[in-house]
Design a protein around this ligand. Structure first.
Ligand SMILES: [Zn+2]
Length: 277
């Protein structure tokens, strides 16, 4: 399950993380750990209790370092209508997100063959140009970026690292000398793997859908577009790398059923946001 990549310098994206851990197993473990430790956080909007060994500052630090490693080897687009649209959507979503002190940043990666986007812990975002034909409109892009920002705000990356890679990575991050340590490249490699290459589990995906739907609505984007986007994405998906938007979980039916259930609340938030404009 772990992608061995040569795309990003000499980083080797290996991990001891047991890929067979299901989302449900992680959530069950988190619940058990929450009741016996002090490392419990509450996720915005859903109110779920999460086991997370990392502080928000460690999210920001780890996310920034991992982001720099990926971005430095990509071809970036830094102007044009699509670039402007991406910046605008991120700015509108960041205004309404439950911001835990993130420093939002977005880059557009000129890669028409990759239909992907992600947001690392701390608010570091990438949009690949290959997703723009699927998003089609600014509202479609808001579906994607609402979902990605939700993964970061809900701190899914370090939650997963807390249960799967926890001790090793945390020791590396906590060390005052960690940026000079030989362990540094390994820690960042693991972080990039978790934040970019491993598909999220079903529960993290549904939670990101939930939070992202409300964010896009609060930012003044019609939330009904989310259902149309996921239908298009489903028609587009196929083989290839295990990346965010090729994840097979949750099933499209489960995803759309949840969006439909939440839609009245999202539409109310959308109407309220339009009233403010
Ligand atoms: Zn996702």
């Amino acid at each position: 399950m772990h992608q061995q990549s040569t795309d990003h310098g000499n980083l080797v994206y290996t991990s001891d993380a047991p890929a067979l851990w299901s989302g449900r197993a992680i959530f069950a473990l988190a619940f058990a750990l929450c009741s016996t430790s002090g490392a419990c956080q509450t996720v915005s909007i859903t109110g779920r209790q999460q086991f997370n060994l990392f502080s928000v500052n460690q999210d920001k630090d780890l996310g920034s370092q991992a982001y720099a490693e990926v971005i430095k080897s990509e071809k970036l687009a830094d102007h044009g209508p699509a670039f402007d649209m991406v910046q605008r959507v991120v700015a509108r979503l960041a205004m309404v997100a439950d911001d835990p002190g993130f420093e939002w940043e977005v880059h557009v990666i000129d890669d028409p063959k990759t239909a992907n986007a992600w947001c690392m812990p701390g608010g570091k975002i990438a949009v690949y140009t290959g997703i723009l034909p699927v998003t089609q409109t600014e509202t479609g892009l808001a579906v994607v970026l609402g979902h990605e920002i939700a993964h970061a705000v809900a701190r899914h990356g370090t939650e997963r690292m807390s249960t799967q890679q926890g001790a090793d990575v945390l020791l590396g991050v906590a060390s005052t000398q960690w940026k000079e340590a030989a362990q540094y490249q390994q820690v960042i490699g693991t972080a990039v793997n978790v934040f970019v290459f491993m598909p999220w589990g079903r529960d993290h995906e549904l939670e990101a859908d939930h939070i992202g739907l409300l964010y896009m609505a609060k930012a003044g984007y019609d939330p009904r577009e989310s259902i149309e986007f996921w239908k298009r994405m489903s028609a587009n998906s196929g083989g290839g790398a295990p990346m965010e938007f090729l994840s097979t979980h949750p099933s499209d039916d489960t995803r759309i059923a949840q969006l439909q259930k939440l839609m009245p609340e999202a539409l109310a938030a959308y109407e309220a946001s339009r009233g403010k404009q």
